[in-house]
Ligand binder design. Structure first.
Ligand code: WT7
Length: 635
């Protein structure tokens, strides 16, 4: 039996049981069967969740780009690797074959080398969804440089924080980006960020929108002319299994974003294996994930997972609403997409537009539909199932995280019977546990608890860049010997998991992970603000939206609150990006606090969500009287 491709439910259970009973044999077989190694491992796994330290395939030597590109050249050189669909539907789509991808990655890698980038150096990539984003990412991996892709919707301040945290010596960007009918001045944002980044000595600029931008002499260079003159071959750097492949930042509930470090071999094996099974990719299929490569979903399931399987992966530059709300379905029809992977927030936004924009298109190529990023509500699930999948395409509700590197809990299409709002069963190799508040594992079914993982899996992040202590504190301290996800979940009578949402101060807005603390820090920068607390509340389209409670320094007469609201959101946009703007801002005299001075967010969340029937005992608060006042003035 091959473990690599699971086709029915019994096979899933067999493979799953093996993955738990003999995890090392199991992963060794997957790694041996399907990848190219310069040298195999000395040891499949060593781990200690107390330290914490996890190593997979130690001693092995490989290069991930050889597995994602070179090895397909003998059989699939002329197959489309990346199918680029531009923002403007009138502009022709670009089919980049494996052979062309090889050439372009090698050329880009040679340019990086010429510019002095070497193995282990960090390179920040701040690009829109154009082919160069995937190519630059792979070029870094080719030469062993550690890429740090920053989503091109982040502000200059957020970009600078991330560049400095990992000491990047180079930034790769473009003159600008297209976003629907708008253009965005990316290079201007980079210039502003770099005023604060002494570590960066070179900037490579991709020409995309032909805008007139500043090029700083000695620092900035257009990349296209350099690529034209670069050699088409570049020997892959031989990497150790545990060499870092990339850093990707994710918000934490406190302070600085966390630079999650993913390493080479385990990440490759796990993303490739999950891609194959979760999407049931078959030779000749066209696969499309609508995420941005700036998030983990794009890293794992636009770039590495699909390419490691020799797949055709669609990269879409634009937005679902341009030129109209039929764009996604237009692309599905045009490229005969077989697997389609998107976020519940997009599904809800599209469902709102009615069926006329769906029915115009032929969606019969679709075989598997995916969902990721936040819990999918029942209504959206049915809309997706009925109108996009026509009840023929199973929905895979995939639960995972930036930290997990790959999909953790998911149905396997055509094997696992789906159930609306349930991510269903753990993927082979994943051992979930639900914990109660006292730290005891709930071993029965029909329980709700905090979701942990008890055993290492190959693509787990190994550390937080520059702060191993924080990695330990955040993920390995809440429950002994377990990785804590930060999510709550329930397990039903047959063992299916349903993710109920974050149990910490992270809020998922439109599928984006936002920590409350950095937003509060930004709000508090406003000269009129004394203190603030931010919570989430349910929102029809975004899943959650942000509600800010703000105490002003001077409650005196005459302040124009609407202006203040605009100014506060402006500061948030500058510090983090427009995705973190507050939907509602309530000015208040006080915030409910415990006697030790901690803000009781639970109460604030309930008030913001209009759910005040059971606020719990507020009498032990330091200032119980503010609760009524806040309720009286809720927006
Ligand atoms: C958080 C991780 C995984 C890539 C995109 C987000 C939430 C993610 C699901 C799902 C319910 C989900 C969790 C998780 N989440 N997928 N299918 N059902 N919740 O990665 O930004 O690291 O966010 O997203 O709360 O902890 P991320």
């Amino acid at each position: 039996m091959s473990n690599y491709h699971i086709k029915h439910l019994e096979e899933y259970y067999q493979v799953y049981r093996k993955s738990v009973r003999e995890p090392e044999n199991f992963w060794e077989e997957v790694a041996e069967e399907h990848f190219l190694w310069y040298k195999k491992w000395d040891n499949v796994l060593s781990w200690d969740f107390k330290k914490p330290e996890v190593k997979w395939f130690e001693g092995a030597k490989l290069n991930i780009t050889v597995n994602c590109i070179d090895r397909h050249l003998t059989t699939n050189a002329d197959k489309t690797a990346i199918l680029f669909e531009p923002n403007n539907p009138e502009e022709a789509a670009e089919h980049i074959t494996y052979k062309q991808l090889h050439k372009r990655v090698c050329q880009f890698a040679n340019v990086l080398k010429d510019k002095g980038v070497a193995k282990g150096d960090r390179v920040c990539i701040y690009l829109p969804m154009i082919p160069e984003l995937a190519i630059a990412t792979l070029a870094c991996a080719r030469i062993g440089a550690v890429h740090s892709v920053v989503f091109a919707g982040f502000s200059a301040t957020a970009l600078a924080t991330r560049i400095n945290d990992s000491d990047c010596k180079m930034v790769i960007t473009s003159d600008g980006s297209y976003r629907g009918a708008k253009t965005i001045d990316l290079k201007g944002i980079v210039d502003e960020a770099l005023n604060e980044c002494p570590c960066v000595d070179s900037v490579l600029v991709v020409k995309r929108i032909n805008s007139d931008i500043n090029m700083k002499a000695g620092r900035d260079e257009w990349v296209q002319p350099l690529l034209e003159n670069a050699s088409k071959d570049c020997n892959p750097e031989v990497m150790d299994a545990e060499d870092p492949l990339f850093i990707l930042y994710t918000s934490g509930s406190t302070g600085m974003p966390k630079g999650m470090v993913h390493t080479t071999a385990g990440y490759m094996v796990y993303t490739a294996y999950t891609f194959k099974n979760v999407f049931q990719y078959k030779e000749g299929d066209v696969y499309w994930c609508t995420a941005d490569i700036g998030w983990i979903t794009g890293h794992s399931y636009i770039v590495y997972g699909p390419l490691a399987n020799g797949a055709t992966t669609v990269m879409f530059e634009g937005v679902p609403s341009y030129p109209d709300f039929g764009r996604f379905w237009d692309i599905v029809e045009k490229h005969k997409v077989n697997q389609f992977y998107t976020a519940p927030t997009a599904i809800r936004a599209l469902a709102k537009e009615g069926l006329e924009v769906v029915e115009k298109y032929n969606l019969s190529s679709l075989k598997v539909l995916g969902s990721v990023g936040e819990p999918i509500n029942e209504e959206a699930w049915h809309w997706y199932n009925d109108n996009i999948g026509k009840k023929q395409s199973p929905i895979v509700d995939t639960w995972w995280q930036t930290e997990t590197g790959g999909i953790m809990i998911t149905p396997i299409p055509f094997a696992t019977p789906t159930k609306p709002t349930y991510a269903t069963l753990p993927f082979p190799g994943i051992q979930p546990a639900l914990m109660d508040e006292e730290g005891q594992e709930l071993t029965k079914n029909q329980v709700t608890g905090r979701l942990c993982i008890k055993f290492p899996w190959p693509s787990m992040a190994r550390t937080i860049w520059g702060n191993h202590q924080r990695y330990k504190d955040t993920y390995f301290s809440a429950f002994e010997n377990k990785y804590f996800t930060g999510d709550g979940a329930l397990r039903d009578e047959v063992g299916y998991y349903r993710i109920t949402g974050r149990v910490d101060d992270v809020i998922i807005v439109s599928g984006h992970n936002l920590g409350t603390a950095p937003i509060e820090d930004a709000v508090n920068e406003h000269p009129a603000v004394a203190e603030s607390a931010i919570v989430g509340f349910p929102h029809d389209i975004k899943g959650n939206a942000l509600y800010g409670y703000v105490i002003l320094k001077d409650v005196g007469e005459g302040r124009v609150h609407d202006n203040l609201r605009k100014e506060i959101n402006q500061i948030i946009t500058e510090h983090i990006g427009p995705i973190a703007k507050l939907d509602k801002i309530q000015f208040t005299k006080g915030l409910p606090k415990t006697r030790s001075g901690k803000i009781m967010r639970r109460i604030l969340r309930k008030i913001a969500s209009n759910d005040t029937s059971n606020l719990g005992d507020t009498s032990t608060l330091l200032n119980p009287e503010v609760v009524q006042d806040i309720m009286d003035n809720v927006l």
